[in-house]
Design a binder for this molecule. Sequence first.
Ligand SMILES: [Zn+2]
Length: 383
Amino acid sequence: MKSYFIIIFSLTITFCSVDSDGSNISDGTILSDEEIINESTSETPNDEDNSTTSYLDNREIKYFIASTVSNEHQEMLKKWVAISEELYFTQPNVVIENLYPIYLVQLDRNNSESALALEPVYCEYLEEEHKKLFIQDSYDSSRCSDNEDSREDYERYGLFVEPDGRIAHSQISSSVQRDGYNLFISKTHDLPEHASSMGYVTLHEMFHIFQNSHITSTTEVDEVYKLLGRYSGDNPEDDVPWWQEGAATYFSYIDYARTINDMSWFKNEMECALLCEFDSYGNKSRLEILKETGVKLNNITYGGNPEPINKQIGYEIGAWFVAYLVNEHGEDKILDIYSLYDEFGFEKSFEMQFGKDYSTYLEEFYEFLDLPEDQIMKILSSK
Ligand SMILES: [Zn+2]
């Protein structure tokens, strides 16, 4: 009987956070059911035409807001969600049916009590909406489930609060193919100093929903990952962020800059991503770490990297790889590739779009990274 429950419990964890300093807002208010903000703006489908033509036809976003999140944060979140939808959910090959519903959980980075209070409210909703009797379903495979196997996973990562008491990072924590919904956990960033993070992190996570939507050929999480290029390291069992996260990071940076009409923001962010020295890397830059360790970009994993490598190097230098491709082929080639995955898989799709296999392209990219800094910076788009 027990084996019946041993199904995949790992969730799609697409981490992304920019740590901002915490001011202490800590009144520990508990959220009641009535305070859940439910914003559903589905429009009536067109009777004459059954095919969905716009994301607006399917638009269903349900917000779960921790009680200590400020109105200002909520407004920013909703603004950037709407901007992301306009940018990504209008792309020609997006699979609209997989974009919604989005369950958008907004947590207060400085208040774990309000996050803990929100979790049972969310889980109850999930149980009502998605639990199917006698069938292993998305509720069972989420961390809301209270069976032994999910609990084991839960002890490593909480749903809204980590076991060590930290608030969960911003992430897409579901697989739409398996679960039938997109769970977007968003963590606040301190205002006003980290207002930009509220923008580009929201763009980043919404870009993941866009990417993931394209897979329609399987409901198996591992298969979805494979199609998305997440098993593209030398060890095909490693889950690697460079490609999937690199694209989300690149577009979140450039589209944030375009939206605020300041392309210098993009250039500064990209420059720092590569060249700024950080304490955590022993006062070295990500580029220095990459070169000194000789680790290949596509071998950096989400977890379990040898010090001082961490997944953030995969994200940020991955974004540079995408910038490198964009410089040669344009952004549409990146935005279009997802629609090829179902039929051709990641490797073949990459070759079709960019004319070489990704390993060859990565070798060229490493040579590019040996150029003088001003030459490297030159490839970044100014518009
Ligand atoms: Zn991500």
